[in-house]
Design a protein around this ligand. Structure first.
Ligand SMILES: Cc1cc2nc3c(=O)[nH]c(=O)nc-3n(C[C@H](O)[C@H](O)[C@H](O)COP(=O)(O)O)c2cc1C
Length: 479
């Protein structure tokens, strides 16, 4: 793989779609798909009829046709489901997924990477959040079956992933330590790839591994202690979109209620460079000047999210894209680093937009529940078994499962709202009404690139224009 100047950041859920990653990779930079909740996204794309037949085309290429057939038969609805009918549930990810869920996870990750790689020779990565542990092992296998070039993992301390990639490439069984709150013993997720492919399995190539870090301490620790090879680092600052690493030391808030970051959170690029690995800087770096400055301090380039999130090929609903671009053109965007919105407890950047969960009245009106479950935390019951709870579920349910009610305050259901961002939001029926889950947008603090690429008369821009803009070329030439 060539060392790219630009990594198009992994943006969950589904914002970094195969279309976006393909558009970037086919231009010679690193296109990244999001692997977060991709099993759910695939199940809903199939229920929506799979317009264009892309998912079914990728299923045809899956190495075990019986597994692919089972997934298609379970979820695909010819012509799409009735919009007033809720999407069928899929099993939630937990400590011991059943065979059907394992198959769905492997297939969904395969499909997303396969489509992103279709028709060009560029490199494609996949992004996972370390905090979402339960689906990780089958997901990695699925992405590797499609020949993923890079695995990028953020939101945690991914010490075990490099070794897992080595073992999966050799078709060996893998284990992944599961974080369980109040655990009296070690808990592990286990996965045997040969159980799914008992015959002669296809050959796998071990992808490169790029952890995403926010401090020199974490980068150094990973490089020293990772159980397997690290091939590069993405260094993200707290202006980046999505989740941010919490500030170091005691948590302080500014007058607006955002966590305050200080000098201890600043990363010295020369200390990262001294680790001897290629690295990319992320967070408000989306300009030719940002790329130049990154290179000047020894980085190979930059990872950019926000500017790609609102381009034509991203998975975001077209009407939401347009609203954000128009707000940015008016200079009216407001991005709040919310310390409590995410059930993970990490600060999460929330973009204010009417009709979305960022607004108090929309939030208050939504009935809290947990029916997708990716951000649940595992906890140990008195009998030593593992159970799951989410601080964004109904506070009484959370308390019943041993959660602290205070910890539930202000939490937002990212699973349901981020699915709504893609036009795949769950439909709820009640009181004679049909409602769709409200969206919730995230993005980074810097939207200036949007103002460079879009105009009131033309709010649309493409991934190729973003790349040209970042490389200091004329975006109009590729428009
Ligand atoms: C909509 C959105 C979703 C994101 N989701 C993820 C994610 O799932 N995993 C991750 O590691 N980073 C995520 N990020 C961070 C990006 O990958 C990237 O590092 C960041 O956006 C770079 O900063 P920028 O937004 O200022 O360009 C997300 C960013 C955005 C804008």
């Amino acid at each position: 793989m060539n060392v790219p100047s630009i990594i198009q950041g992994g943006m969950g859920l589904g914002i970094s779609s195969w279309r976006l990653a393909r558009a970037v990779a086919s231009q010679g930079q690193l296109g990244v798909v999001s692997g977060t909740a991709i099993d759910l996204i695939l199940s809903r794309r199939l229920q929506a009829g799979d317009p264009g037949g892309h998912v079914r085309r990728a299923l045809e290429a899956f190495p075990d046709p019986e597994i692919a057939d089972r997934v298609r038969e379970r979820y695909w609805i010819d012509g799409g489901k009735d919009p007033a009918v809720p999407y069928a549930a899929k099993p939630m990810v937990g400590e011991a997924p059943d065979r059907g869920l394992e198959e769905l996870l492997v297939v969904a990750n395969f499909v997303e990477v396969w489509l992103a790689k279709e028709g060009h020779r560029g490199s494609v990565g996949i992004n996972y959040l370390h905090k979402i542990q339960a689906p990780m092992l089958p997901s990695l296998l699925g992405a590797m079956l499609a020949g993923v070039d890079v695995v990028l993992v953020g939101a945690g301390i991914p010490l075990e992933i490099a070794g897992i990639l080595d073992r999966l490439a050799a078709w060996e069984p893998v284990e992944f330590g599961l974080h369980v709150s109040g655990a009296s013993r070690e808990h592990k997720l286990r996965f045997d790839p040969r159980a799914l492919f008992p015959g002669d399995p296809p050959e796998l190539v071990r992808p490169a591994f790029f952890p995403i870090v926010a401090s020199v301490t974490l980068a150094t620790m990973l490089v020293k202690k990772s159980r397997g090879r690290i091939d590069g680092l993405v260094v993200e600052d707290p202006t980046a979109g999505g989740h941010n690493a919490p500030p170091r030391g005691a948590l302080k808030m500014d007058d607006a209620g955002e966590p305050v970051y200080g000098s201890r959170d600043e990363v010295d690029p020369s200390a990262i460079a001294a680790l001897g690995l290629p690295f990319w800087l992320a967070g408000s770096k989306a300009s030719a000047e940002g790329l130049r400055q990154a290179r000047e301090v020894g980085a190979s380039g930059v990872q950019v999210g926000t500017l790609f999130a609102f381009c034509e090929e991203s998975g975001l609903r077209a009407d939401l894209k347009r609203e954000v671009v128009e707000a940015a053109l008016r200079g009216e965007e407001r991005v709040f680093r919310d310390p409590v919105a995410s059930p993970t407890g990490f600060p999460f950047q929330v973009l204010s937009l009417p009709g979305t969960l960022s607004e108090a009245e929309v939030y208050d009106e939504r009935h809290r529940r947990c029916d997708l479950g990716y951000l649940r935390e595992a906890y140990e019951r008195d009998d030593g078994s593992v159970a799951w709870r989410c601080p964004a579920e109904a506070p009484e349910d959370f308390a019943r499962r041993g959660g602290c009610e205070e910890d539930a305050e202000g939490r937002k259901c990212l699973c349901n709202s981020l699915m709504a961002n893609l036009g795949l939001g769950q439909v709820r029926k009640g009181d004679g009404e049909v409602r769709v889950e409200p969206p919730l947008l995230t993005c980074g603090k810097d939207l200036s690139g949007i103002r460079a690429l879009a105009s009131p008369g033309n709010p649309h821009y493409t991934a190729a224009e973003v790349l040209a803009f970042l490389l200091g070329e004329d975006p109009a030439r590729v428009a």
